[in-house]
Design a protein around this ligand. Structure first.
Ligand SMILES: [Zn+2]
Length: 233
């Protein structure tokens, strides 16, 4: 099996989503991208997590052609393909319907930076896309979902390596990262940010975004040249 490692990595990431309670039944999927071979391993469509095996993963190229695997690939595969094509430097994509992030997506609202937990990961709100147009819905829906995400980032000049998460309006979250494991981590973090922001706004619906000085302090403590969080390697 030529893609054993890639399939196992993708399988582990999918199982981690289930273990972290981000997934019910078959909702959601994670993929692992091989940057050199330009192909990725993704979960098959509709297979419950407790039955999923590493050998079930489907390897797909960036033209959505199956390279290895006997099962039908996840219905969201084309969204993953668009993100790998358009967002250089990423090697993992995750989609879930985790409840708090999905609630923000359904409310069609970006998640504001209200505290340092958010700023530790990202200095900007987690963006929510516009609602997909009728034309896009009638077209190649999953591919258009990818295009909607990419358009939202391009139109707003959002850096995709700094904001590694998005809410697709009326649908749910997608995350990515420089490794498949980072994409999974970002899904876990996003759900937590979404939950804390929801609770904060329940206490005070009028609370303003956190001041820039605190946002910068927390982000730069963990990221960039002068970061000092954690152990020195
Ligand atoms: Zn979905």
């Amino acid at each position: 099996m030529a893609y054993r490692e890639l399939k196992e990595r993708s399988w582990r990431c999918n199982m981690e989503l289930s273990r972290r309670n981000l997934i019910k039944y078959t909702f959601g999927n994670a993929s692992a991208f091989d940057v050199e071979k330009r192909m990725f391993a993704i979960k098959p469509s509709g297979v419950p997590y407790d039955e999923l095996q590493p050998t079930d993963m489907v390897v797909v190229d960036l033209d959505n052609k199956v390279v290895e695997g006997t099962l039908k690939f996840s219905s969201d595969t084309k969204t993953h393909t668009v993100l790998y094509r358009k967002f250089p430097g990423i090697a993992g994509v995750v989609h879930t319907h985790s409840p708090y992030a999905t609630a923000w997506a359904q409310a069609m609202k970006s998640i504001p930076v209200l505290g340092t937990t958010h700023a530790d990961h990202c200095t900007r709100p987690v963006p929510c896309t516009p609602v997909m147009s009728n034309e896009m819905i009638k077209g190649d829906y999953e591919e258009e979902t990818g295009n909607l995400i990419v358009d939202t980032f391009e139109k707003n000049s959002f850096p995709h390596r700094e904001i590694e998460m998005v809410l697709v309006a009326c649908h749910g979250p997608f995350t990515w990262g420089e490794t498949p494991e980072k994409a999974v981590y970002n899904s876990v973090i996003l759900e937590e940010l979404a939950r804390i922001a929801f609770l904060t706004l329940r206490i005070d619906p009028g609370v303003p975004p956190m001041i820039k000085e605190l946002i910068d302090k927390h982000y730069l403590r963990k990221h960039g040249e002068s970061s000092y969080y954690g152990q020195t390697k």
